[in-house]
Write a protein that binds this ligand. Structure first.
Ligand SMILES: Nc1nc2c(c(=O)[nH]1)N[C@H]1C(S)=C(S)[C@@H](COP(=O)(O)OP(=O)(O)OC[C@H]3O[C@@H](n4cnc5c(N)ncnc54)[C@H](O)[C@@H]3O)O[C@H]1N2
Ligand code: MOO
Length: 446
């Protein structure tokens, strides 16, 4: 899916802001035209100053609320419904099992034994003849039970001697009526609701739907997502060179998008050029544009400027969370065909981007896709979890049994801890001591 298209007006690698060298402690700012910025008329970022940060919990709920509601329902063949959310309860189209079934290989028996062996072996998929009281018919697991049968005698509990079938003396217990029969409708009756709307269609849901006779599923359309990777410095292949770095976020988020029930429709690299960024956002056919990088107020961080020029509203513009605090959520003007469109701005540092993903992108995309919100998952920590002084902290952790352990290499620009992690722990300001229960956010693909 990674198209590796680089949209850039050309690279101008003079160090940004060096025109002001010699001016004491001047730090290149978004106000100042820069060497890179000089390449486009719209390139002077307006000097974005972040407002008060939204609390982490509030940011998550704002992202959900910003979805409005789920995207419309569509009908899909089961194979094409995987990862979608059910738009209506899944109803059984038949009883399950659809008929009385033998649960074991052995003999279908009618009445108390011993029994006269009768007829041919009944296999799964056959329509057996009725049987009379006092007879036993050899039968396979899953075969339809002949009418008149009262129980199934397992093969290992049976013996044939003197021309009759009887229970072995060593067979445990008795053989009450109904033993080892799976009665028709044991799991569900035709028309019964099996799963509520909002259930994610997993492989097990597909299996259940097939067993219950469903060849079409009513599901919500998946949100279409375009991933825009911002930054002149990004390389799509090879070893970092010439001051540039490999894009780590395209490979990370493209599969995460699929696994959260979104439809990735494209991945593009966009150089540090506000004109190109604006064009990409304006023209994107996505329901949700996810950008990486350019969320801060650095010399080539044009995202705020472009959103401002587009006329976007920013229900979340920085969050009291570490890493990832410059993350943002924007509501873009509707598309020309009347669709609501949103943009999630993830910070460029990879662990900070992941924090933005779980805080803003995931709740928004799950709600748009119609998925039921998960219950909070709480686990105790095996060790002290260090926190930020004022903000929530999201730490990569590994689940060990019923606890979570922190991992090393948890810096905002690092991925090594995350690659070993199966969750992020939500650490309240000030941190927590070992044994304290914390909320855990699962990571996809583990
Ligand atoms: N003066 C301040 N500077 C910064 C602040 C601050 O509060 N004051 N916040 C820092 C924090 S925290 C973060 S997080 C970053 C956010 O920066 P941006 O979202 O604007 O991201 P960039 O500047 O474009 O990149 C940051 C960093 O990430 C690397 N990057 C970007 N994209 C990718 C990618 N696809 N794969 C791998 N690495 C990527 C980029 O090369 C930079 O190293 O701002 C801090 N600065
Ligand atoms: O979000 Mo920055 O610390 O959050 O790298």
């Amino acid at each position: 899916m990674h198209e590796g298209i680089t949209a850039s007006a050309g690279r101008a690698h003079a160090p940004a802001g060096r025109a002001h060298e010699g001016c004491g402690d001047h730090i290149p700012s978004a106000h100042a035209p820069t060497a890179r910025g000089a390449k486009s008329p719209a390139s002077t970022a307006p000097g974005h100053v972040a407002g008060p940060a939204t609390s982490w919990a509030q940011a998550r709920s704002t992202a959900r609320r910003s979805a409005g509601g789920p995207l419309p329902a569509v009908t899909r063949m089961p194979d094409d419904a995987l990862g979608h959310a059910l738009a209506a309860p899944l109803h059984a189209l038949c009883d399950l099992p659809p008929f009385d079934t033998s649960a074991m290989d052995g003999w279908a028996v009618a009445g108390p034994g011993p029994w006269q062996p009768f007829g041919d072996l009944v296999l799964a998929g056959e329509e057996p003849a009725p049987m009379a009281t006092g007879t036993a018919v050899p039968i396979a697991t899953g075969a339809r039970l002949p009418s008149g049968a009262t129980a199934v005698l397992r093969r290992e509990h049976a013996e044939t001697c003197g021309g009759v079938v009887r229970r072995r003396a060593s067979a445990p217990g008795a053989l009450p009526a109904g033993r080892d029969i799976r009665p028709r409708g044991q799991e569900c009756r035709s028309g019964e609701p099996l799963l509520p709307a909002g259930t994610t269609v997993t492989p097990a849901v597909l299996g259940l739907a097939a067993a219950a006779g469903c060849d079409r599923l009513s599901v919500h359309r998946r949100p279409r997502v375009e991933l825009l990777l911002l930054g002149d410095e990004l390389l799509s292949h090879g070893v970092p060179r010439g001051g540039r770095v490999r894009d780590a976020l395209g490979p990370l988020f493209t599969p995460w998008l699929s696994s959260c029930g979104a439809e990735p429709i494209g991945v593009r690299m966009i150089g540090d050029d506000p004109g190109l960024l604006r064009e990409a956002v304006d023209r994107s056919p996505a329901d949700v544009v996810v950008t990486t990088g350019s969320t801060a107020a650095g010399p080539v961080d044009f995202l705020h400027d472009v959103l401002h020029r587009i006329g976007a509203a920013l229900p979340v513009d920085s969050v009291a969370v570490r890493p990832g605090h410059p993350m943002l959520l924007a509501e873009l003007p509707d598309s020309t065909d009347g669709r609501s469109r949103r943009l999630v701005g993830l910070p460029g540092n990879p662990l900070a981007a992941t924090a933005g993903w779980v805080t803003l992108a995931l709740p928004l995309l799950r709600r748009l896709g119609g998925h039921t919100d998960p219950e909070p998952h709480l686990l105790p920590a095996t060790a002290d979890l260090p926190g930020h002084q004022h903000d929530t902290r999201l730490l990569p952790v590994l689940r060990t049994g019923y606890e979570v352990a922190p991992l090393p290499f948890d810096g905002p620009a690092m991925l090594r801890g995350l690659a070993l992690a199966d969750a992020l722990a939500v650490v309240p300001p000030g941190g927590v001591e070992a044994g304290t229960t914390v909320e855990i956010l699962g990571l996809p693909g583990r």
